[in-house]
Design a protein around this ligand. Structure first.
Ligand SMILES: *Cc1c(COP(=O)(O)O)cnc(C)c1O
Length: 387
């Protein structure tokens, strides 16, 4: 089969999604499935909505459009604060959007009215991470104006932490968001459908708290796909961490020196490289490079080491692993690597439906799998796997 390719194990994603939605559901929190790391891949989206998730969120409208066109039936939320010039398309393709700017919300309202619809918004509140968010002291004034826009339904408030500033979503931040929600409901006489407390970084807070307060929603990507929380990148017990596999192919394999020889100047990217001399090594070249994937986010499954990469090549020390030209080499991906490989037109997306699984897990999944199969129209598969 052609390489490089990313193999997507839908059963493992299904299991992670179901497990997380049950876990968070136990304290009254619903999950929104975030699809940006998989580029809105419709097969993945279909699995999420069959496993306890009814709203899908993406930062890009083109991904939302892709999922809608593939026939995915869900509510769609736009994660990235819409740009003013996008307002009409946001109303057309997204049911809900996260917002922080009144001028944009007014524009959304205008287009919603012209389409005879209401556009739902969640206002994002700044709690210290300093990416998107309205300062808490400015909220009341903005809400007053939002409530006057007849094309807009204020569906809730939310916050996003641990993304830019690395700020922890802890008990204090979550209680603060809850108290803001309570005040808004009281002061403006409305009910907020969503109080969205954050993302995969909220796992540690969730596990340590007995009371989620008004927080009734989280937007999860990484923990569904890679089975871990994102404050320390620790595994979430019981989840699969290997739902995605990057498969590459050996294009050269030779016993060669570890130290380049000749006069040292710049490499392809303008750096002057430095290497350790470890004698002759099983130097192996893989037919994939920086143009395909964020190489620093790859971990080989077998005992070997990535020495470096250029646009189209990864060089590994294969150590004791015997590799010949044509052999396949598998990697785990971190979030950045997943995002880049899923977005790259050079990496084939290979959806795996029927994979071997331990019996106990296969049992719990049997019902799901029937569901999954029902969701896959073969036409959908054909479209996304250019085999
Ligand atoms: C990407 C994103 C998420 C999901 O983050 P994960 O760490 O993948 O769970 C949630 N909310 C917003 C606003 C995002 O941009």
């Amino acid at each position: 089969m052609s390489t490089p390719r990313i193999e997507i194990n839908l059963k493992k994603i299904a299991y992670n999604a179901k497990t997380l939605s049950r876990l968070y559901g136990s304290k009254g929190i619903d999950i929104i499935g975030v699809t940006k790391a998989v580029c809105g891949e419709p097969n993945v989206a279909a699995v999420l909505i069959k496993n306890g998730i009814s709203i899908l969120a993406d930062s890009r409208l083109v991904n939302i459009e892709r999922m809608r066109k593939a026939g995915i039936k869900a509510e769609f939320l736009l994660l990235r604060t819409p740009s003013l010039s996008q307002a009409e398309a946001v109303v057309k393709y997204a049911d809900i959007s996260l917002n922080t700017e009144l001028s944009v919300i007014k524009e959304l309202s205008k287009f919603a009215l012209s389409y005879h619809t209401k556009h739902k918004i969640i206002l994002m509140v700044e709690l210290g991470d300093l990416r998107e968010g309205i300062m808490p002291e400015d909220l009341d004034d903005i809400i007053k104006q939002v409530l006057e826009l007849s094309g807009i339904e204020l569906a809730g408030i939310g916050t996003n932490l641990a993304c830019f500033g690395g700020i922890k979503p802890d008990e204090e931040k979550m209680n603060y968001l809850s108290s803001i929600a309570r005040n808004i409901e009281k002061k403006h006489g409305i009910i907020l459908e969503f109080v969205s407390g954050g993302n995969s970084a909220n796992y540690n807070w969730f596990m340590s708290t007995n009371y989620a307060g008004k927080i009734n929603n989280l937007r999860l990507g990484e923990s569904i796909y890679l089975g871990r929380e994102t404050l320390h990148r620790k595994p979430i017990p019981g989840l699969y961490m290997d739902a995605f596999t990057l498969v590459t192919e050996v294009i050269e394999s030779k016993l060669k020196p570890s130290l380049p020889y000749g006069e040292v100047a710049q490499d392809a990217f303008g750096n002057v490289p430095e290497f350790n001399d470890r004698g002759k090594i099983n130097r192996t070249i893989l037919g994939i490079g920086l143009q395909d994937v964020s190489v620093s986010g790859l971990t080989p499954r077998a005992d070997m080491e990535i020495i470096g990469a250029s646009s189209d090549h990864i060089i590994v020390d294969a150590k004791k692993t015997e590799l010949k030209v044509g052999d396949e080499v598998e990697f785990d991906l971190n979030y950045a690597a997943l995002l880049s490989a899923m977005t790259s037109p050079y990496v084939l997306k290979k959806v795996k439906v029927n994979l071997w699984m331990p019996k106990n897990i296969a049992k719990t999944l049997n019902k799901n799998t029937a569901d999954i199969k029902k969701t896959f129209q073969p036409s959908l598969l054909k479209k996304t796997i250019p085999d």
